[in-house]
Design a protein around this ligand. Structure first.
Ligand code: ADP
Length: 399
């Protein structure tokens, strides 16, 4: 089977053609600067065949046309015709309270995604545009929407309720939703497998640390989410590359009053200029921060210390919430590759029964256990694969 996995942003569109059974990717790439000038990248057979070529892409429709054109191209295509593409799976950011799982795209599904636009104003319109562009290019082809929020809908009320007047939940559905759900779900399955608990997951407590440009932690019992750090939107939780994470709302009032910012300017600061970039003034990229800290930049060091501190604190909070923890997983660019970072996060968590093995921890981007044999909590590195989850859901629903 060939599933086309699409992740549409406001000016970009990432794609992969994937076999949902084996996870093998036959082609992938990205359309960038949609609506500006348009740049197209296409990789197949492990090689970059088209590298940021300028192709006019006034809308997502031209981007999809470019993708399909490359996939079926006689020179460098990977399928003979569009008939060999069985279905399309779309990553959709916000499913609100409507979606507890993935759904076959029909008019009702699109209307529900549209209804969630106020909750995901930056992403949901782009996700819908991607779906509509595919409908236009491939009429009748089954399409599936896979939501970043869906996995978290099993959280209990005390975890998802905000302590603000209850009417905002009842009338407006203001609550914790959480994101990275497709990644957390993938990790949940892999972690249970590595623990030998796939068949009997009841009561198994896992904390997944998805640490990338955007970061979130998820607490799972028996493979189901019981809490997560992101909230109504992806701004909440631990500090990220450029997002502030949890802050006191009073700061918003204080800065808006003092500098005359409107809410858009304020949100731009919290989304784009905060996090480890905001503290360090150096970069949002952890490799840059590590290099700067090594060269004696004290703010870069503080940004890293703050990040590690908040991840460690959240692990402690989730261990408390679940009455213990059986496995802690690291994933995302920082979690999968940051050897020293994992060690610094886990420092001080020995009392929970977590012992990192330095030799086993000397690993990047590989699925493995990095705790000592006698560590009562298993510490794992698991490279995430959201695309595979999307492809699997799509194959199952399109059948
Ligand atoms: P996104 O959330 O955009 O998918 P990624 O999961 O790719 O982001 O993570 C990007 C982060 O991972 C960057 O801060 C980058 O510095 C960090 N990263 C990537 N490789 C390494 C590495 N070898 N060591 C430390 N950090 C790394």
């Amino acid at each position: 089977m060939n599933i086309l996995v699409i992740n549409a942003g406001s000016s970009s569109l990432k794609y992969q053609l994937m076999d949902p059974d084996t996870g093998a990717v036959s082609a992938k790439g990205i359309c960038e600067r949609i609506g500006i000038d348009g740049k197209f990248t296409y990789k197949a057979g492990g090689k970059t065949i088209i590298d940021a070529q300028e192709i006019p892409m006034p809308t997502h429709s031209e981007a999809i046309e470019a993708v399909l054109g490359a996939l079926v191209s006689p020179e460098h295509g990977v399928v003979a015709s569009m008939d060999e593409i069985d279905a399309v799976g779309h990553r959709v950011l916000h499913g609100g309270m409507e979606f507890t799982e993935s759904c076959l795209v029909d008019e009702a599904c699109k209307a529900a995604i549209r209804k969630c636009i106020p909750l995901g104003p930056l992403h949901n319109p782009a996700n819908l545009t991607g779906i509509e562009a595919c409908e236009k290019a491939m009429p009748g082809k089954p399409q599936v929407a896979v939501f970043d929020t869906a996995f978290h809908m099993t959280m209990p009320a005390e975890a998802y309720t905000y302590a603000i007047p209850y009417e905002y939940y009842e009338k407006d559905e203001v609550r914790r939703y959480g994101f990275h759900g497709t990644s957390h779900r993938y990790i949940s399955g892999r972690a249970l497998d590595m623990l030998g608990k796939t068949e009997n997951p009841e009561g198994v407590r896992v904390i997944n640390c998805h640490l990338g440009n955007g970061s979130s932690l998820c607490a799972m019992v028996g493979g189901k989410c019981v809490d997560t750090t992101m909230g109504l939107g992806p701004l909440a939780g631990i500090p990220m590359g450029t997002r502030c994470g949890d802050i006191d709302g009073t700061i918003i009032e204080f800065l808006m009053d003092k500098y005359g910012y409107d809410i858009k300017q304020m949100m731009n600061i919290l989304n784009k200029k905060s996090g480890v970039l905001g503290i360090s003034g150096v970069s949002s990229d952890f490799r840059d921060l590590e290099a700067a800290a090594e060269n004696g930049n004290t703010r870069a060091k503080l940004a890293l210390d703050k990040f590690f501190y908040e991840v460690r604190k959240s692990i402690g909070a989730y261990a408390a919430a679940m009455g213990g923890v059986d496995a802690i997983v690291f994933t995302g660019g920082i979690g999968e590759n940051g050897i020293a970072n994992r060690k610094r996060i886990m420092k001080g968590l020995e009392y929970l029964g977590c012992q990192i093995d330095d030799e086993k921890n000397n690993v990047r981007g590989k699925e493995t256990i990095i705790s000592t044999d006698d560590s009562s909590v298993k510490i794992m590195v698991i490279p995430t694969n959201e695309e595979l989850m999307i492809a699997k859901d799509t194959a199952a629903l399109a059948k």
